[in-house]
Design a protein around this ligand. Structure first.
Ligand code: M6R
Length: 616
């Protein structure tokens, strides 16, 4: 949830750290802070609110920094987002500064223990215990910060990335991780630490991912990684294949606007290189042998939020193409209901960030039950793919806006690829049938472009609805998860009450909500192949219109049957039924974004949210 940056090297440390924080602000933005060494003394500055408040404070109180610095942007868990609770936290002698991402679950007992020994706490955070524990341990370990960190981590329970600096060792930053992300950026005569490579991509594209329960000692010319007992460990080094400009706004006012426009490219990139010269699908990173996939008797998809909606759509495609039963469940519920899993179960974990704690915990549970786990993920080297048996990466590039847009479309593509691949290895579909769908998928970037070129009326419509209290969304078949996604986008961006229903469920209760002028968005399924559903939804539109709803209908171009009942008609290209979500979601993203902007909301950093939710 929080963003973490650390730097050791010859550049002005304060600038490097604050620039890094700017690139990580999407991870949490309710307060921000830094610690640097100025003339051998620890100097911290921290402010509630967005990074701009910290920048203003630093301008007001400029300071020089020796060669190291750490910085933090927070998504509050323990203690309100105030100046005092912002990170870094320091010990009582102001010699050690600590920043933290995650939750230290045993902080209450540790705090009590420390208070009994005379420690004075200044914040309500769980993090502050780490600062005091480190200060105590440093005395035991002759000022060896890495040894102190290892010892403290052995005492902590929960999830954490901790980064610390110690005024007595002015050329060292030490960090540790458990269940929370941390990557090292290797430069020439300088090194970086961050929750995400975006923080240091402007300086280096060479990265090392830290494994579970590891500690890193960062100096300008060395990176030493050990486990919590001080033993050297094997690490994975990799080269980041996107550059700083990919994470810039590129002339758009908001990242979200840019990311919506990037969707055709993201879809195309995710399809790239998946088909061999002989026309067969090859999913290289999958690491699950065809024989294992042939053994599968049941598929369970686990995910959260938008990724969960991608999973709901995947179920339609996978069951239709592969004839394997497929369940979809929100990850936060999964392991608490004692699900029935075994070696013949394939669990597909969908996560943009690869760090959502709910999904990670569900993955671990599934593996304990011996299920095979395949991750669909956008962030290379993140925890969920690392802990899964196989992975299929989406190639959406960095997504900075908190609302998932391009990553959702690429998750859909990845899900379709998995479905087709399963159909291929289980020989339930002929090669030419699979190729026909791959060709249709290859055509989708063009179709998404087409939608994007026609969404101006959607923007206008959204602006006209700024005063509405509620918007309802209806869909059937794959249009139902699209409706759920449309409602989620509106809630998170425009802070409006929005709800989605399967259109057939309307008559079982929700139709009572319909009143004069209530905007209802209806996602109409393709007529082709699903004619019955199409006709039924047309009846649903008439039912709500008869009760006064203002109908906003998303339907295939040329679908004249819906026109008489649509107060507003949003036309999308005609595409095969199962693939329709790739095009029907786009106007809903634009709709929510524009409505939120009309209300003056920050669409990149909606209130109370964070891009990557690393707490349960
Ligand atoms: O990184 P993940 O895909 O695991 O994240 C899951 C959800 O937190 C995420 O999709 C969230 O719902 C989006 N912000 C919605 O736009």
């Amino acid at each position: 949830m929080c963003g973490i940056v650390g730097y050791v090297g010859p550049q002005p440390a304060l600038e490097v750290v604050v620039d890094g924080l700017a690139r990580l602000e999407y991870r949490g933005y309710d307060s921000a802070g830094i610690a640097v060494l100025t003339d051998g003394r620890l100097a911290t500055e921290k402010r509630a609110g967005k990074l701009a408040n910290l920048r203003a404070a630093l301008e007001h109180n400029p300071r020089t920094a020796d060669g190291i610095g750490i910085g933090h942007t927070r998504w509050a868990t323990h203690g309100a987002p105030t100046d005092t609770n912002a990170h870094p936290h320091v010990d009582n002698d102001n010699r050690v500064a600590v920043i933290h991402n995650g939750i230290i679950e045993n902080f209450a007992s540790l705090r009590l223990e420390l208070e009994e020994r005379g420690c004075k706490f200044t914040s309500e955070t769980d993090t502050e215990v780490a600062a005091h524990l480190l200060a105590e341990e440093l005395k035991q370990q002759d000022g060896d910060l890495a040894a102190a960190m290892r010892s403290v981590c052995r005492r902590l329970e929960g999830a954490f990335t901790l980064v610390a600096m110690f005024a007595n060792d002015p050329e060292l930053v030490v960090a540790a991780r458990r269940n929370s992300p941390l990557v090292v950026g290797r430069g020439q005569g300088e090194n970086f630490l961050a929750s995400d490579v975006a923080a240091f991509i402007a300086h280096t594209r060479d990265a090392i991912e830290l494994g579970q329960d590891q500690v890193v000692e960062l100096r300008a010319d060395s990176v030493t990684i050990t486990d919590y007992d001080g033993r050297p460990v094997k690490v994975r080094e990799y080269h980041v294949d996107w550059d700083a400009s990919a994470a810039e706004k590129g002339g758009y006012e908001y990242f979200m606007l840019k990311e919506i426009v990037e969707q055709p490219q993201a879809v195309a990139d995710t399809l790239l290189g998946r088909v061999a010269v002989d026309g067969t699908l090859t999913l290289d990173e999958m690491r699950l042998a065809p024989s294992e996939l042939r053994d599968i008797e049941k598929i369970v998809i686990i995910a959260c939020g938008t990724s969960y909606h991608a999973g709901l759509i995947a179920k339609y495609a996978i069951e239709h193409w592969c004839r394997v039963p497929c369940e979809v469940e929100v990850a936060s519920e999964f392991r608490y209901r004692d699900p029935i899993l075994n070696r013949q179960t394939l669990v597909i974990a969908i996560s943009q960030s690869g760090e959502s704690m709910d999904t990670l915990m569900a993955v671990r549970y599934a593996r304990e039950q011996r299920a095979r786990v395949l991750a669909i993920c956008n962030v290379n080297g993140s925890t969920i793919p690392r802990e899964s048996d196989g992975v299929l990466y989406t190639h959406a590039g960095p997504e900075v806006g908190v609302a998932a847009t391009k990553t959702f479309l690429t998750q859909l593509v990845a899900c379709y690829l998995v479905g087709l691949y399963l159909a291929q290895v289980r020989t339930v579909k002929f090669g030419d049938e699979i190729n026909a769908v791959i060709e249709q998928l290859a055509n989708m970037p063009e179709q998404v472009k087409k939608v994007l070129s026609t969404v101006d009326p959607v923007r206008e419509l959204a602006r006209s609805l700024g005063e509405a209290d509620t918007v309802l969304f209806l869909g059937r078949h794959v249009g139902y998860p699209v409706a759920l996604e449309g409602a989620l986008k509106l809630k998170e961006l425009a802070y409006m009450h929005a709800e989605a229903f399967a259109a057939g469920e309307l008559k079982h209760g929700p139709i009572a909500l319909i009143e004069n002028g209530l905007p209802v968005v209806v996602v109409v399924p393709s007529r082709e192949g699903r004619g019955v559903l199409h006709d039924k939804i047309v009846s649903n539109i008439q039912e709500i219109r008869a009760r006064g709803a203002r109908t906003i209908v998303i339907a295939e171009e040329g679908d004249e049957t819906v026109r008489p009942f649509a107060d507003e008609l949003i036309e999308i290209p005609a595409v095969p039924t199962l693939l329709q979500p790739i095009v029907s979601t786009v106007p809903l993203q634009v709709f929510a974004c524009e409505l939120a902007l009309a209300k003056g909301n920050d669409v990149d950093q909606p209130r109370n949210l964070a891009k990557s939710v690393t707490v349960e």
